[in-house]
Design a binder for this molecule. Structure first.
Ligand code: NHR
Ligand code: GAR
Length: 221
């Protein structure tokens, strides 16, 4: 029988999505394969047509649809979302292609345990359409960032980034595909750190193994 040290209590993870959910699936599979000391206990979408909901259900994960269109304003929606998320008693909330800006109502309810993956090398290109913006700017590289979610949109402390080259003939779709490959590597890695109690959000920023991370997150140098 595994000892308590080898098998500490698994972290409870709730994933918020709006669409395909390929990052969500990748994370759920890492959990099921015991590569992350956690379980995806629920997947919640704000859109009924989020394909990820059916995929999560196939894996035996609880799914919910909380439509933002049913609420008068963002705060009311966020309050409803807080209640649904809270019902799963999560240790960690993962945004994975979740396309609604969260107000302080949500962020303050789960302060220091919400993460997002954003398809740019933050602090560059906060917000939407990041691949096209990198192309339009003539950038030679692009990438993706995992960061803690704070009240400042795409502005919370960066934990880890991955870079990809931009080639002259690239379309936004090419770039998105190249970035996606990196997302599948770095998001599970960061979640593994968090679930092993190695990673925290503090007043100083993101802290990994006791060291405060810089503006671009963990860098192995
Ligand atoms: N909320 C907070 N408070 N902080 C962050 O860092 C957040 C957040 C909510 C979502 C993901 C983010 C991204 O990775 C994210 C980070 C949606 C928009 C947006 O403008 C911006 C950033 C992100 C996600 N959404 C439109 C809105 O009006 C809706 C767009 C649509 O429905 O297609 O909410 O990029
Ligand atoms: C991911 O590429 C993620 O970086 C991006 O949406 C995609 C979701 O894919 N997030 C944003 O653009 C947030 N504004 P998935 O649903 O297949 O995981």
């Amino acid at each position: 029988m595994p000892s308590a040290i080898e098998n500490p209590i698994k972290k409870r993870i709730v994933v918020l999505i709006s669409g395909t959910g390929s990052n969500m699936l990748n994370i759920a599979e890492h959990c099921q394969d015991n590569k992350i000391n956690g379980d995806v206990v629920a997947v919640i979408a704000n859109r009924a047509d989020a394909a990820g909901l059916a995929k999560a259900a196939e894996l035996g994960i609880a799914t919910e649809f909380v439509p933002h269109t049913s609420f008068a304003d963002r705060e009311d929606y966020d309050q409803a979302l807080v209640e649904r998320v809270q019902s799963y008693q999560p240790d960690l909330i993962i945004l994975a292609g979740f396309m609604r800006v969260l107000t302080p109502v949500f962020v303050s309810a789960f302060a220091d345990r919400i993460m997002n993956i954003h398809p740019s090398l933050l602090p560059k290109y906060k917000g939407m359409h990041t691949h096209q913006r990198a192309l339009d700017a003539g950038d030679e590289e692009h990438g993706v960032s995992v960061h803690f979610v704070t009240e400042e949109l795409d502005g919370g402390p960066v934990i880890l980034q991955s870079r990809v080259p931009i080639f002259p003939e690239d379309t936004a779709e090419d770039l998105q595909e190249r970035v996606h490959e990196q997302e599948y590597r770095i998001y599970p890695l960061v979640i593994r750190w968090f679930c092993a109690d190695r990673l925290k959000l503090t007043e100083e920023g993101a802290v990994l193994d006791g060291a405060t991370l810089g503006e671009q997150g963990y860098a192995p140098e």
